[in-house]
Ligand binder design. Structure first.
Ligand SMILES: Cc1ncc(COP(=O)(O)O)c(C=O)c1O
Length: 350
């Protein structure tokens, strides 16, 4: 008899984007190809011996102050996490009891379901429509917790604000909007927090702020909900260096806006090029896009690109296995990628 919990034995665990050794253009985890704000790197200079010797602020006070100001929310309405993944852990720990239900859409970011499994909760998957619109069943579900990324993960598509409002109005429990990619879309549900006390909005510093390696994210909601998250979080969940770097990076809004504008322009260029090669491209509002080749299998193209030094993401799930998710790199990286795809279509397949 195993000493491990049954639910943990039965689960598969989350599978992150591969990190093979060697020199690759890494476009498989929606990381940012540009460095973080120079002010963030400068802030690392404050890492004195004492900063390392002592525990960091357990509530990430200075970082939360900076983030609250930038997001326009009161200080007691925000919690910081070791990446937004840590915020999802807090959400699931504090809201779902064993046997409760989490509702998600399909396709989407699969970590939510993994965390619910660890908690012994069930997950309802609601398939998105052909055009990736929300299905009626997602609004109608009585689940205690609904988590929806906007823009959606894997597809990059954006749900209209009217959908988010309808979700908050009709939900019997908590609605979480994961805004990992919101700065690329230029829209946000943060203003809705004043209106809906059952709404939680999450953000990450991993995508638009180029700090994936530092692991920083935020959750925003009513003071009562944030108080619950504070109780269940690990006591020193954010290390001192991450707190310093993220506080400097989040305040440098001008730098972030410049990086986001460059990546959006490159994404639109890459989408146009793919369409001219006959690919079907989902309209993306993130720093990545999902596309289906006209000819050739997606898995075969992913292997070909890896041999040519490009890592891109392929999911073996029914809705995604015929498609590839490309993170957006620099303009030069994406131009070279288009050249490789042209070569694949003309030479390799021929
Ligand atoms: C929708 C979505 N949410 C959250 C994350 C993870 O963010 P973090 O690095 O802040 O844990 C990702 C990562 O790819 C994502 O796609």
């Amino acid at each position: 008899m195993s000493k491990i919990r049954k639910s943990v034995l039965a689960m598969q665990g989350y599978v992150p984007g591969r990190q093979p050794k060697g020199s690759f253009v890494k476009l498989n985890a929606n990381e940012n190809p540009y460095p973080p704000s120079p002010k963030a790197l400068e802030a690392l200079g404050q890492m004195t011996g004492d900063k390392v010797r002592l525990y960091p602020s357990s509530s990430a006070e200075e970082l939360r102050k900076a983030a609250a100001e930038v997001f326009g929310v009161p200080f007691d309405c925000i919690v910081a996490g070791n990446g937004s993944d840590d915020i999802f852990t807090m959400i699931i720990r504090s809201i779902l009891d064993e046997g409760d239900t989490l509702a998600v859409v399909d396709p989407t970011y699969t970590l939510y379901e993994t965390l619910a499994e660890i908690q012994g909760a069930k997950t309802e998957r609601h398939p998105l429509a052909e055009d990736y619109a929300l299905p009626e069943s997602f609004f109608e579900s009585g689940a205690k917790l609904k988590i929806l990324p906007n823009p959606n993960a894997q597809t990059g598509t954006l749900f209209p604000e009217a959908d988010i409002i309808r979700l908050c109005e009709s939900a019997q429990g908590i609605v979480v909007i994961d805004e990992a990619y919101a700065l690329f879309a230029g829209t946000s549900s943060v203003p809705l927090l004043k209106r809906f006390k059952n709404l939680v909005v999450t953000r990450t510093m991993s995508k638009s702020h180029s700090l994936a390696g530092m692991r920083v994210g935020f959750g925003m909601s009513s003071p009562e909900i944030i108080e619950a998250f504070m109780k269940v979080k690990d006591s020193y969940n954010l290390n001192a260096a991450s707190q310093l770097m993220a506080a400097a990076a989040i305040k440098d809004t001008e730098y972030t806006a410049g990086v986001v504008a460059k990546l959006n322009e490159t994404r639109n260029f890459f989408a146009k090029e793919l369409v001219s090669l006959g690919w079907q491209v989902a309209p993306s509002h993130g720093n990545f896009l999902l596309a289906k080749p006209e000819k050739g299998s997606a898995a075969e193209i992913v292997d070909y690109l890896e041999k040519e030094g490009y890592l891109v993401r392929h999911f073996e799930t029914p809705r995604l296995k015929d498609k590839i998710r490309f993170s957006i790199g620099t303009k030069e990286q994406m131009e070279r990628l288009i050249e490789l795809l042209k070569k694949y279509h003309s030479e390799v397949r021929a």
